[in-house]
Design a protein around this ligand. Structure first.
Ligand code: UDX
Length: 443
């Protein structure tokens, strides 16, 4: 099929590239000329394992094209995916200005029948708005061209995006038209060689809701465990043991119950807020969803609180080595990363930071922590420890999992570790005379 993907962010670029890999011809569109110029040469603006070779391979095969012009790429197109950003508006709702601008352009320029797919995470009712916008533009032109709007939310995770897209747990297609559903089925059939059961079809509104509910459910699991962790500390229980104890119940399961310094990233914080907002707009007060957000906001400061409990409110004269800046391992993405909040809190109190992250240093230095004073960036994890008063682990990158603790002890001024991701063995560190602070277990 001939596909157009509008928006070359995480979702757009990964979807477009994977559809090309599956034998379609895909044109990815973006208004950012520099980005498109780079992409044409195979330069990827994000860090995502496996993406670059796949982009390059499909460029060479002429199955993946890039352009800044939507207008020129709507003819001959079977399906157009809208994958532009839906940033958080001031009131917490998803801002649809980019989605509706694209819908308008589609209506202005489409000349052959088209299926328009909402791939961006958009609130319930957006497909109706997209449909109205396109219809309005067609009417202005007196053009009678058939089109259908489908909701096909994307569930990929950063850091594992290619795998998630090529081997999805499920694909949700919300469509009110049988012919459009059939085309979507054909498009996804190569992804499910053995069983099409994992392609779940439903009405458009339920599909739009599904994406928010999936993310809010996962965020709920995390906030629940973070709350449990805080209670565990007070009653002298160990959340790591409790986690294993409850995860073994197949109704609960082991995934997404790791306590830590709170969830971050481009999806959970934004989507939880947007779902809350949608409920409020309909006169409903979503107590639980609101609490998920409040617990997460508080959780980001738990490690900073442990630091001030040990050293006092004034941290001047102290240096902390921070391992990990990105919101999770496997990505350079720092959107809503707990590291931002923790580092700002510590430097505000006079502390100096020696920072190291395998991928996110550029993002930190030039963007998220640009205006934060007293941060020195190190290109190696051990170098960041030298003469620091303590090490603070904030992202569970694999390379932090089993460090040489003897070396750590030698380099740090004193053997103190604050672990925001519960990566280490408490008893081992105790036997090595480390002071070890973690989440959900009294130190
Ligand atoms: C998420 C969803 O998983 C994905 O389906 C959706 O499409 C986009 O949002 P992503 O933002 O890439 O994906 O990150 P994810 O791996 O889900 O992690 C989100 C956050 O939760 C991270 O900050 C992570 O550290 C945190 N987390 C995750 C925990 O604190 N504990 C856990 O047990 C799991």
């Amino acid at each position: 099929m001939n596909l157009t993907v509008i928006g070359t962010g995480y979702v757009g670029l990964v979807s477009g590239t994977c559809f090309a890999e599956m034998g379609n011809t895909v044109t990815c569109i973006d208004v950012d000329e520099n980005k498109i110029k780079g992409l044409k040469k195979g330069i990827i603006p994000i860090y995502e394992p496996g993406l670059e070779p796949m982009v390059k391979r499909n460029i060479e095969n002429n199955t993946l094209l890039f352009s800044t012009s939507l207008k020129d790429n709507l003819n001959q197109c079977d399906v157009a995916f809208i994958a532009v950003g839906t940033p958080m508006g001031e009131d917490g709702s998803a801002d649809l200005k980019y989605v509706l601008q694209v819908a308008k352009e589609i209506g202005e320029h489409m000349s052959t029948p088209l299926i328009v797919v909402d791939k961006s995470t958009v609130p319930v009712g957006t497909a109706d708005k997209v449909r109205e916008t396109i219809a309005k533009e067609l009417k202005k032109r007196n053009a009678d061209i058939e089109f259908h709007v489908v909701s096909n939310p994307e569930f990929l995770k950063e850091g594992d995006a290619i795998n998630d897209f090529l081997k999805p747990d499920r694909v949700v297609v919300g469509s009110d038209d049988d012919s459009a559903t059939k085309i979507m089925r054909n498009l996804y059939s190569p992804f499910f060689r053995s069983s099409m059961d994992r392609l779940i079809t439903m009405d458009v509104r339920s599909a739009e809701m599904t994406k928010y509910v999936a993310n809010a459910m996962l965020a709920t699991k995390i906030s629940f465990m973070n709350e449990v962790a805080n209670i565990c500390e007070l009653v002298d229980a160990d959340v790591n043991k409790v986690r294993i104890g409850i995860g073994s119940d197949s109704r609960i399961g082991y995934s997404f119950i790791y306590p830590g310094s709170g969830y971050g990233g481009s999806c959970f914080p934004k989507d939880v807020k947007a779902l809350k907002r949608t409920a409020e707009e309909h006169g409903y007060t979503p107590e639980l969803i609101k609490a998920v957000e409040d617990v997460n906001d508080r959780q980001k400061f738990v490690i900073a609180k442990k630091v001030t409990e040990k050293y006092g409110e004034d941290l001047s004269g102290l240096t902390f080595a921070v391992w990990g800046l990105s919101f999770k391992p496997g990505t350079d993405d720092m959107r809503e990363a707990p590291a931002i909040y923790i580092i700002k809190e510590l430097t505000k109190r006079g502390a100096k930071i020696n920072a190291y992250d395998p991928k996110a240093m550029d993002e930190a230095q030039h963007f998220y922590l640009k205006d934060v004073p007293n941060i020195t960036y190190f290109t190696a994890k051990y170098a960041a420890l030298e003469n620091a008063d303590a090490m603070i682990l904030l992202t569970e990158w694999k390379e932090f999992r089993a460090p040489d603790f003897g070396e750590l002890k030698k380099l740090l001024k004193s053997a103190v570790i604050f672990d925001g991701r519960n990566q280490y063995d408490h008893d081992k560190l105790k036997s090595m005379e480390f002071e070890y602070y973690q989440i959900g277990k009294k130190s």
